[in-house]
Design a protein around this ligand. Structure first.
Ligand SMILES: [Fe+2]
Ligand SMILES: [Fe+2]
Length: 376
């Protein structure tokens, strides 16, 4: 006899509304996923006192935000930074998720991170519009870490994905929960599976694992490997794993580019809709970091190492650019704060936000205000 499906918190109406975000799953897979989401809502309600209706709406809003800002509503903010030898660094920010750092050279493209899979077609068209002729000549993809907003298009690209072996382990496992220092690994597992599915994560088809033996140190960070391409030489730094186990930073010394991933961002450059969307993990899994205390220590150490590099580079008439996991590429200003030196330009498919998207974002921002109050 088939066991009767009993879910306490997912109403049939709600399931019907979110079903469209989980169509890539088999019927059985979707049933399991919905049962896990039901359990998440129960945990958040019973153990953290969160409102059931609010939690349901926040889960739905992930799909709503990502699909509402794709296709004709897609937009991006970008910086175009000339490098030596005619190469150009394009830092591309989608409506949601991490930045894509695209280095265009006369030997093809190198990417550091590649955003959500759901935006693959959007980016193909955007690159054409920006005169960058798509992804067919991408020769290297350097992945900073295994979150869907940084590796989402990996399987769509015509090259292998370079990553820390722990990131591969984490992708194989399906969750960073095994490495998380919080009391709710099941919430992390369900969230990771859900966001991977909703955002159309295209798993890498081929992986190049980073070497892991320390060659030397930059501050507290071991330099574990090096990657060269088209006259650029990237040092690979191993993080301490405060944000996510297996996170890497990349440093290109000649150009003064430090790719800081989600360890260091310039919050002032994150627009309000992106900030609202980016706050969702805090609500659903308590923090976007697997070890918040370590993440704070690690950020301080990265800032300190970055400032040291900036001082060295200034002696050569250069400066360090912080190519952050989210938001704009920034520099340290004369007071030591992060500031934007390269202009940020806007690209929009339909010229402006549609009214519908704008309204949805306003609803989301109301929720985040409410969430913020409930954290105090
Ligand atoms: Fe991220
Ligand atoms: Fe992340």
């Amino acid at each position: 006899m088939t066991e009767e499906k009993i879910r306490k918190y997912l109403t049939p109406r709600f399931e019907k509304r979110i079903r469209r975000y989980f169509l890539s799953l088999t019927e059985d897979g979707r049933e399991r996923c919905f049962s896990d989401i039901d359990h998440t809502i129960e945990t958040l309600s019973k153990e953290m006192g969160k409102d059931v209706k609010e939690t349901r709406w926040i889960i739905e809003s992930i799909g709503l935000y990502l699909t509402s800002n794709a296709g004709k509503n897609f937009y991006a903010d970008y910086q175009k930074i000339p490098l030596a030898g005619g190469a150009v660094l394009w830092t591309l920010q989608a409506p949601g998720g991490g930045s894509i750092h695209l280095v265009q050279t006369n030997e093809g493209k190198l990417l550091v991170d590649c955003g959500y899979g759901i935006n693959y077609e959007d980016w193909c068209r955007t690159l054409e519009d920006l005169g960058l002729s798509g992804f067919s000549d991408v020769k290297h993809l350097l992945c900073t870490h295994g979150d869907a907003d940084h590796i989402g298009m990996a399987g769509n690209l015509p090259c292998a994905s370079y990553m820390h072996p722990v990131t591969k382990q984490l992708l194989d496992d399906g969750s960073p929960g095994f490495a998380a220092v919080n009391d709710y690994p099941e919430l992390v597992r369900t969230y990771t599976f859900s966001i991977n599915t909703i955002s159309h994560l295209a798993m890498p088809k081929q992986i190049i694992p980073a070497k892991t033996e320390p060659l030397r140190y930059r501050g507290i960070f071991p330099v574990i490997d090096e990657v060269s391409f088209a006259g650029l030489h990237f040092e690979v730094w191993e993080s301490k794993g405060g944000h996510l186990a297996g996170q890497l930073f990349f440093y290109e010394e000649n150009e003064g580019l430090l790719f800081t991933s989600d360890c260091l961002i310039n919050p002032a450059t994150i627009t309000k809709p992106r900030r609202v969307f980016g706050a969702i993990p805090n609500y659903l899994i308590t923090s976007a970091n697997i070890n918040s205390k370590l993440a704070v220590e690690e950020r301080k150490a990265l800032v300190s190492a970055a400032k040291e590099l900036d001082t060295e580079l200034k002696q050569q008439g250069k400066r360090l650019r912080l190519c952050c996991g989210h938001g704009a590429v920034s520099v340290f200003d004369e007071t030591g704060n992060m500031a934007v030196a390269d202009p940020v330009m806007h690209y929009a498919r339909c010229g402006a936000f549609s009214e519908m998207v704008h309204q949805k974002l306003m609803q989301l921002s109301w929720l985040v205000r409410k969430m913020t109050l409930s954290f105090v």
